[in-house]
Design a binder for this molecule. Structure first.
Ligand code: ADP
Ligand code: MG
Length: 868
């Protein structure tokens, strides 16, 4: 488009838009934000607002749509939600003073991962932005919540690890440098359903990143930040700071702590395990209700809620650190009075983490400061209550407890107790704080009195008893006289306005008063804004101290929440040991026991170790409780490493480095992808990445393919995991392949378990009790009956099963008697025989080692046996 033809305003618009091509540009015009051209077309659809046009100097009008500035938040939210970025372009000079076109500038770019507006954020969740920079086979990861100023960073050596790390945070926005994009861009779209930004290399290759980082965190060397020599990480963090500056446009002084960590400081939980275990949301509906977090979260503050989620997403592996948390939870569980007192205090605090950020970014309103004051006011009480505590964390945070008395004093003297949300509405600064404000205020107040006395004086002087002083926006103050009294109006009155039954006048004296009064109110707005900003800056200067207070509140809240949950749900304190054993007595599933109100949850024991009880093969009919049992073991382990008490009578937990779970294809409701392929990819991932200190949950793997393939795979997987040389990880393996029961006698460390079922006549009852020994009865028809399949069909099924057992049904389903060796389960015998034949045909006997030959023979023989 040729800019010469455009109107000057449109030229300004186009120039601004050129700088922000990937954003929807909100261009401030009076009381509206207007959008033009493609932006207008896109936005009008998403926002369901009318698309109009504006003369722009060209033949055709520019497509245009707009939203009122005072309700822009909700529109921005909608656009952000749909994945758009919004650039806010404001008038940066007073239109009255502008010569020519009013200056405008983009003052902020809002993207899904950089939101700071309270209205667009979820209180109880962090809002993360993640950057990944790949350099020389290393992946540097930087994650930040701009609204709280947290920034985390680590460096890993593979794409898989990067994905797992990102999964901890569930970022809303992801930026990748082009090398990283090649490796994980597709995977990110597939797994997290967001399109990563892969066109921002300029941020990743900005000059002097080290200097930028050192200045930001006020350090002399990178080693002080524990990031020395980590090129990929440094570039990710540097790019993060650059991108934040690009979006926020203002001081990032509140981002003053960089948390650099090694991935092995936390339990590794891959993405599908997170989903399977329903740690923060359910698989089916993505709901919080029904997740582990839902059970654990009884926090009273948003800061606590967010911190608890972080703990849940990053379970610890260091027994000492875990015990610190556990002993603090124990103290609060035992000391009900202390817990009650603390929760009462916490209930009266506000989200100062986010307030601090808004203060720093200068978007805070007067009420934010009042909320800050209210929170600081609670600190002495909090200190008092905590001084009674003896457990490690609680004691730790009371050391050098800073009640921020000076900040409170400042806020208290400077701000009125109930200021308006909007600074412009006036009355934000408390009287007594600033002389000029006080003088002007009294001028305004006296002015009103002067007006009243002027009115009565004029009445007396003119003898017009109904004479009135009034005010309107156009004429300012005036004297009003009804038509019937006009004859008595003095000559000195100057007429300004004639209405139906009255006339309005001014006098020089009145105008002078007006100047004092209106001048004062204008001046006061300016001074109040200036003072507010000074107060804001003094508070911002204390950010480190404020952050510490925020942290005390959050940590106390999380510990109280865990204690309350432990107390109410009858949890027990786990004993944490070095890696090795998992011994759970009368364990329960924390979520299932809460969800099933009508029936009592049946507790079960778990015993796993690195010796005789490495791999537990769990059999039992559908619906018996296999999946629940295995998940409960994983969840109890996870809870313990978070620092939570656990639903069990007692538990000894040797810390595990990773938890893996894989649920067989047909059980996996969430993914619509080629399930068998996915299943096998994940199994391979487990076998490659697990260590002997990992906990593996395999739930009916192999289901997605033919029986014999599936069985062989399951069999081989158990062999591999069981082998101490290869892996030797603690494993729970539920299977419908009863053949695997045989492994207990063949392989060391394998134990059979099943979930007991009572059969009386045709009816079965699930006992939900795990017992030693395998079962080969699947009670499929009985389960179908329980599920309410019509009686007729059940009878039919029984009849057919009988016939199959008596070899009366062939694989083709025709009713004819066949020789015994040809029949078996429907459809299986033929294909199995074919499979064996095919394998023999393909086999190159001359290249087989003796052991391979033995193994193959063994496998084929067991397949042949199944046909019998
Ligand atoms: P499976 O994996 O053997 O098919 P599930 O673990 O899915 O069985 O359990 C089926 C249902 O049985 C669960 O939804 C749960 O409501 C119930 N259940 C499982 N274990 C228990 C238990 N120990 N106590 C009470 N109910 C249980
Ligand atoms: Mg199951």
């Amino acid at each position: 488009m040729a800019k010469e033809q455009l109107t000057p305003m449109m030229v300004q618009y186009m120039n601004t838009k050129d700088e922000y091509p990937d954003c929807i540009l909100f261009y401030r015009l009076g009381d509206f934000y207007e959008m033009f051209f493609d932006d207008a077309i896109k936005a009008s659809k998403v926002l369901e607002i009318t698309l109009t046009g504006k003369d722009c100097g060209m033949k055709e009008r520019a497509p245009m749509c707009g939203v009122p500035f005072h309700s822009a938040s909700s529109y921005i939210a909608k656009l952000i939600d749909k994945g758009f970025k919004v650039a806010i372009c404001e008038q940066t000079e007073d239109p009255k003073l502008a010569k020519g076109i009013v200056k405008r500038e983009v003052i902020r770019v809002i993207t899904p991962g950089t939101i700071v507006d309270e209205a667009l954020l979820d209180d109880r969740n962090n809002n993360y932005l993640a950057l990944v920079c790949m350099v020389n086979e290393k992946f540097g990861i930087a994650v930040s919540d701009v609204s709280t100023g947290e920034i985390y960073t680590t460096e890993v050596s593979s794409a898989d690890m990067t994905m797992n790390e990102i999964a901890r945070y569930e970022p809303r926005e992801i930026l990748l440098n082009s090398e990283a994009a090649k490796e994980i861009s597709e995977e990110i779209e597939l797994r997290f359903h967001i399109t990563p930004d892969t066109n921002s290399d300029e941020f990743f290759s900005a000059p002097d990143m080290e200097g930028r980082i050192l200045r930001q965190f006020n350090k002399q060397s990178l080693s002080e930040l524990n990031i020395g020599g980590k090129t990929a990480l440094i570039r990710a963090v540097g790019a993060m700071l650059g991108y934040m500056e690009h979006t926020q446009k203002t001081g990032l002084s509140y981002i003053n702590t960089l948390t650099a960590y090694e991935v092995d400081m936390y339990m590794d939980i891959d993405l599908s395990t997170r989903r399977n275990l329903e740690i923060t949301e359910t698989m089916r509906d993505k709901a919080r209700r029904g997740s582990l977090l839902w059970v654990l979260d009884k926090t009273k503050t948003s800061m606590g809620a967010r911190l608890l989620k972080q703990w849940v997403e990053k379970p610890l592996v260091n027994p000492i650190e875990i015990n610190k948390r556990l002993y603090s939870v124990k103290e609060l569980t035992d000391n009900v009075m202390l817990r009650d007192e603390l929760t009462m205090i916490l209930s009266d605090t506000y989200d100062i983490s986010r307030i601090i950020s808004r203060l720093s970014l200068a978007t805070a309103n007067p009420r934010d400061l009042v909320a800050l004051k209210a929170t600081i006011t609670k600190l002495p009480e909090l200190e008092m209550a905590l001084s009674a505590a003896a457990s490690p964390i609680l004691k730790g945070i009371t050391k050098d407890f800073d009640i921020l008395a000076d900040v409170r004093e400042l806020l208290d003297t400077a701000l009125s107790d109930e200021p308006p949300i909007n600074l412009k509405d006036g009355g934000v600064i408390k009287s007594g704080f600033n002389d000029e404000v006080d003088t002007l205020r009294s001028a305004m107040k006296d002015g009103k009195q002067w007006l009243a006395s002027l009115e009565s004086r004029e009445r007396e002087r003119t003898g017009i008893s109904k004479l009135k002083v009034g005010y309107n926006k156009v004429f300012g103050y005036y004297i009003e006289v009804t038509k019937s009294n006009i004859k008595d109006v003095p000559e000195t009155y100057i007429r300004r306005q004639t209405l139906a039954n009255c006339e309005r006048y001014i006098t020089p004296e009145l105008k002078e008063l007006e100047n004092t009064i209106l001048g004062a109110s204008e001046r006061i707005t300016v001074i109040e804004a200036k003072l507010f900003d000074e107060v804001r800056q003094s508070v911002v200067a204390q950010i480190k101290r404020l952050k510490r207070a925020a942290n005390i509140i959050a940590v106390t809240d999380v510990l109280c929440s865990l204690a309350e949950v432990a107390y109410k749900n009858n949890y027990t304190m786990p004993e944490i040991t070095e890696p090795g054993v998992l011994e759970i007595t009368e364990g329960r599933h924390p979520v299932v026991e809460k969800m099933s109100r009508d029936s009592l949850f049946v507790p079960n024991d778990t015993r796993l170790n690195t010796d005789d009880d490495r791999v537990l093969i769990i059999t039992g009919p559908n619906m018996a409780g296999k999946s629940t049992y295995m998940r409960q073991t994983a969840l109890i382990t996870l809870m313990a490493q978070i620092g939570s008490f656990v639903p069990a009578k007692s538990a000894k937990i040797g810390v595990v480095d990773r938890i893996f779970t894989r649920v067989g294809a047909s059980d996996d409701i969430s993914s619509g992808q080629s399930t068998f392929m996915l299943e096998m990819t994940e199994v391979s991932n487990i076998l490659k990445n697990a260590t002997k200190n990992s906990l593996i949950i395999l739930d009916e793997i192999g289901r997605g393919t033919s029986t014999f393939d599936g069985l062989s795979i399951a069999w081989a997987v158990v062999e591999y995991i069981q082998s101490k040389k290869k892996l030797g990880a603690k494993t729970l393996f539920a299977t419908h392949y009863h053949e695997l029961i045989a492994l207990e006698d063949k392989l060391g460390g394998v134990k059979n378990y099943s979930i007991a079922v009572k059969k009386r006549g045709d009816e079965i009852t699930f006992l939900r009790k795990i017992v030693r020994g395998g079962t080969d009865d699947s009670y499929g028809i009985e389960v179908a009956a329980l599920a309410g399949v019509p009686h007729e069909v059940i009878l039919g099924a029984k009849r057919i099963l009988k016939k199959i057992e008596n070899d009366e049904i062939s694989t083709a389903g025709k009713t004819e008697k066949k020789p015994a060796q040809e029949s078996g389960q429907i459809g299986l015998a033929d294909s199995a025989a074919n499979e064996i034949a095919e394998e023999l045909r393909r086999m190159d006997v001359t290249t087989l080692t003796p052991i391979e030959a033995m193994n193959t023979l063994y496998r084929l023989a067991s397949m042949a046996k199944e046909i019998q």
